[in-house]
Design a protein around this ligand. Structure first.
Ligand SMILES: *Cc1c(COP(=O)(O)O)cnc(C)c1O
Length: 422
């Protein structure tokens, strides 16, 4: 089930008013849905004191959304300087922010250590001497290599650039301790959009075995394990949903039995993006053209600048036409944007209700990795973002890009280097 029935029941009756007031295209996010999902996530791990979700900022980097996450008690998972800035502006400090970068630059390390610091998650052993000042709490990202398979989206760990190997782990913690680290965490991220909760349970199990082994070798305890993001959502109507309750119960039991055996238990952290916001966003766009050649095309007023996933990964996004149903007649069409790029299609050979110019289309599940991934190729500008608040009002939370924004980097001080020829 894509977009929730509850979001649909609140959005559709007012969609024409919203379109009339704000104009198309726009992404609109559902505050109530995001809050419900956040509460469900906390509920699933409620037997574990110290459980915390660090919202993956890259999925939906908008201050209004981060404010909701903060209100839910969540931290922020950041991997770049702009994401750190957003997290801090949203009130995240110190332990509220997990900095999970890779191929990290000196500038990023400096930014991470500023303003009360953060939980530093190191991606490689070679980065240890490059940390300007070893913090008290340090985390490493683990890559299990051939001992685990990722899923189809993220690929196999052995081919992934992230994390450090099994063999390198003890040396990494030893080195960090020599440089002053006193508290430790272990992180991994192995799957993306995974519906099968067993994957996440196995990941928690794997991390617990590792911290048991390393803990004994180095005589240290771990403050936390972080099983990453990657919790899946159903994009297709026939897709199953992640069994959050079973995942919570099974991982909780693993931690409780670890505690019985070893005498303490680490906190559990997650850092999901898609699961938190993906289903709670819709891209609303208007049909502006029809074209009938070898195939039938419906041209809409949004394009890849608003949503890259179909073009980039061939991802399925469900599409509905509010007020129209295929029972009243349907056509097989490609839904296309206007980029000079043939993969600028939101749907390919999809059976949809008969669409006329002017009809409003809802492209579902754009709440994560949607607007954020948009790009400006072909001079196509990114659309506005709106939020449907719990009180039923609709607010603009990011305006559409303008030509001035697009040309902003063409306004600069002249700079020239004359190289004298000999
Ligand atoms: C992208 C990313 C996430 C979030 O992934 P989702 O699939 O949106 O849950 C979490 N952690 C890291 C390190 C990431 O790169």
């Amino acid at each position: 089930m894509p977009m929730s029935a509850s979001f649909e029941s609140r959005l559709y009756p007012v969609i024409q008013d919203i379109v009339h007031h704000f104009g198309t295209p726009f992404h609109i996010y559902d505050e109530a849905g995001i809050r419900d999902t956040g509460r469900a996530l906390k509920q699933a791990f409620s037997r574990l004191d110290g459980y915390r979700e660090f919202f993956a900022v890259k999925a939906l980097p908008n201050p209004a959304i981060l404010e909701i996450m903060k209100d839910l008690g969540f931290g922020f998972d950041c991997s770049s300087i702009p994401e750190l800035v957003l997290g801090r502006r949203a009130g995240g400090h110190g332990m509220d922010i997990m900095f999970t970068s890779n191929n990290t630059s000196e500038e990023e390390f400096l930014s991470a250590s500023r303003d009360g610091g953060c939980i530093l998650n190191l991606d490689d052993i070679s980065l240890i001497p490059k940390v300007p000042e070893m913090p008290e709490l340090i985390c490493f990202r683990y890559n299990p290599g051939s001992s685990r398979t990722g899923n189809s989206i993220i690929g196999n760990p052995e081919e992934a650039k992230y994390g450090i190997t099994d063999e390198q782990l003890p040396a990494a913690y030893r080195k960090a301790r020599e440089l002053g680290a006193l508290r430790f965490g272990l992180h991994t991220m192995l799957v993306s959009n995974e519906i099968n909760h067993t994957y996440m349970v196995q990941t928690a199990e794997m991390l617990l075995l590792l911290i048991e082994r390393i803990g004994e070798q180095l005589d240290i305890r771990f403050d936390f394990i972080n099983i990453g993001g990657g919790f899946g959502i159903p994009y297709r109507p026939e897709d199953k949903t992640l069994d959050l309750e079973a995942m919570g119960a099974e991982i909780t039991n693993l931690l409780l039995s670890f505690e019985k055996r070893i005498g303490y238990k680490p906190s559990l952290y997650t850092e999901s993006g898609r699961y938190m916001t993906g289903p709670h966003g819709v891209l609303v766009t208007r049909a502006i053209n029809h074209k009938d050649i070898y195939r039938k095309y419906i041209g809409v007023d949004a394009c890849m600048s608003a949503l890259m996933r179909p073009g980039m990964y061939g991802a399925y996004h469900h599409i509905t036409v509010p007020g129209k149903d295929i029972s009243q007649g349907s056509t097989i069409v490609d839904i296309v944007g206007s980029l000079c790029e043939n993969n600028d299609k939101f749907a390919i050979q999809r059976n949809l209700p008969r669409i006329e110019d002017g009809d409003i289309l809802c492209i579902h599940d754009t709440g994560a990795h949607g607007h954020a991934m948009g790009f400006n190729y072909n001079g196509r500008l990114r659309p506005q973002e709106l939020i449907l608040k719990t009180d039923g009002s609709v607010e603009l939370i990011r305006r559409a890009e303008t030509l001035d924004d697009h040309f902003a980097t063409l306004s600069f001080e002249q700079k020239k280097l004359s190289l004298s020829k000999t």
